[in-house]
Structures are given as C-alpha cells and as structure tokens.
Design a protein around this ligand. Structure first.
Ligand code: ADP
Length: 256
C-alpha cells in the first residue's frame, strides 16, 4: 500500500430521509496521515456523511471504501472492527466508571473472548495483555490524562470528558478516526488544548482523521483539506485555509 493510497474513499454517496436528500452525490477521499475537515452550515449533511461512513445510515447509492475495501452495507460494529473509531458530538462515555476503565473499553475490540486462554493463562495471553496495557499507557501519557485516571467520568469537566473519549478512540488504534465536533461546548482554552492534543496524537500515532468542525480557527489549525457541504452537496473542496475563504463558502454561511 502506497503512501498516497486513500484510507477513506466515498464515491457518489446519496442518502435520503423520506423526501429530504441529505447527501447528493458526495465524493471525498482522505489520504493516509491526513486531517480532513467536513464543514458547512447546520443541516448541510456533515453528520449524515459521518453516519454513512460508520454504517449508522448506509447510503442508498454510491460506494464507500476503507483502504480499498468496500464498507458500505456492513453493520456499524463490523465497520468499527475494521478500524473506524469515532467520537460523538454529545460525549458518550460509560457512566459510573473511571477515566481509566473508559479508556480500556477502547481496547475491547481486540479482546477475543477465549475461556481456554484465561484458564491456562499461557504466555501469549500474557503478552497480549501487556500489549493492551502498553497502548493504553501510551495514550494516557500522550493526552496527559494520568492525573485524572481514577476519577469518575461523570464528575470531571466537559473538556476532560471529551479528551477521555478521544483517548478511548485512540486506544482502538483506528485506521480512520472520525471526530464529530470535538470542540462542541468547550471554552477557548479547552479548544486550544484539544487542538494541541489532536496534533500531538496525529504526529505520535500517524493518524488519519475525518473531523466535523465548525470553528474556523480550529479548522485552519488542524485540517489539511476540507470538504464544504451545503444542502447535501459539495460546494468546495481543497486546502483548508483557501477553501473556507472561498466566496461561495462565505455566502453559504451568511445565507443561513
Ligand atoms: P449537519 O450535520 O451538517 O448539521 P445533518 O447531516 O444532520 O446536517 O442533516 C442533513 C439533513 O438531513 C437535514 O435536513 C436533516 O434534517 C436530515 N436528516 C439527518 N438525519 C436524519 C434522520 N435520521 N431522519 C430524517 N432526516 C434526517
């Protein structure tokens, strides 16, 4: 697999909800190591595209590939197991559990239940457990979550909850990380921290990211390229900074 091979490729994706066409022939390709932004006014189809990729709302037309393998038509849990991890606009953590336990849940897709392994506890099971532990500790360090590891997720600030959710997604070692408005509800300082953490994680782990983001300062700080949607259609696509300055894009936002 070459450096420029698309990790994610969406081809002419169409998604309707009753009479509403939420996505009209949307095509997008995200390269390995790229942070790719989805922008556009409310109701433009960003979440629908993410839901098409993750399998929650499969497209009615078009095709979606992950590393060349067709994924549209697969169930969400299959797509997750194939390497697509996502975070949600409204934090989705396991209540009543600690930060560490929530992050460990990100590893569960790797843990094949095997009663024999736990009975004999052979060397390979131990090796696997050490590897899980190593990955989790790496992510905790990277996102500076060590001081909070034993806190209950319900009592920590929103900015920290979002970082825990990111950590959980990173622990799955995704081929594609999908972030749905990771800055939603954050104050300026929390946003700047989050940008830093995403960039650090990208550099350390070589991530490929698809991100829905409407803060333009965050888009220019994070994204290599963007796709701008309006009424379910592409109105612009290209390098982040110049694309969001495109008069068509500015107009789409003002029109809303
Ligand atoms: P964005 O994420 O850009 O705000 P969405 O993808 O959420 O936009 O919505 C695009 C369009 O699709 C909107 O008109 C919205 O009402 C419609 N839509 C999205 N999800 C559903 C759904 N589950 N049922 C019906 N309509 C939906």
């Amino acid at each position: 697999t070459g450096q420029n091979e698309a990790v994610l490729a969406c081809e002419n994706v169409v998604r309707r909800f009753g009479g509403v066409v939420a996505l009209k022939n949307v095509s997008v390709s995200v390269s390995r190591g790229e942070i790719f932004g989805l922008v556009g006014p409310n109701g433009s189809g960003k979440t629908t595209l993410v839901n098409a990729v993750t399998g929650f709302y499969p497209p009615q037309e078009g095709r979606i590939f992950l590393n060349g393998q067709q994924i549209n038509g697969q169930k969400p849990f299959r797509i997750a197991a194939m390497g697509v991890a996502r975070t949600f606009q409204n934090v989705a953590l396991f209540h009543g559990m600690s930060v560490l336990d929530n992050i460990l849940m990100g590893r569960h897709i790797y843990m094949k239940p095997n009663p024999l392994a736990s009975f004999f506890y052979p060397w390979w099971a131990r090796k696997e457990e050490i590897e899980h532990r190593r990955k989790v500790e790496e992510v905790i360090d990277l996102l500076q979550l060590a001081p909070a590891r034993d806190e209950h997720v319900d009592v920590i600030p929103l900015g920290l909850q979002k970082r825990v959710e990111l950590a959980r997604a990173l622990c799955a070692e995704p081929k594609l990380l999908v972030l749905d408005e990771p800055m939603a509800g954050m104050n300026q300082e929390e946003k700047e921290y989050m940008v830093r953490f995403i960039l650090d994680a990208q550099e350390a782990l070589g991530l490929t990211v698809l991100i829905i983001e409407h803060h333009m300062d965050v888009v220019t700080a994070l994204c290599d390229r963007v796709l701008v949607l309006n009424n379910g259609q592409e109105i612009a696509q290209g390098p982040a900074r110049e694309t969001i300055a495109n008069p068509l894009v500015v107009e789409a936002y003002i029109g809303k």
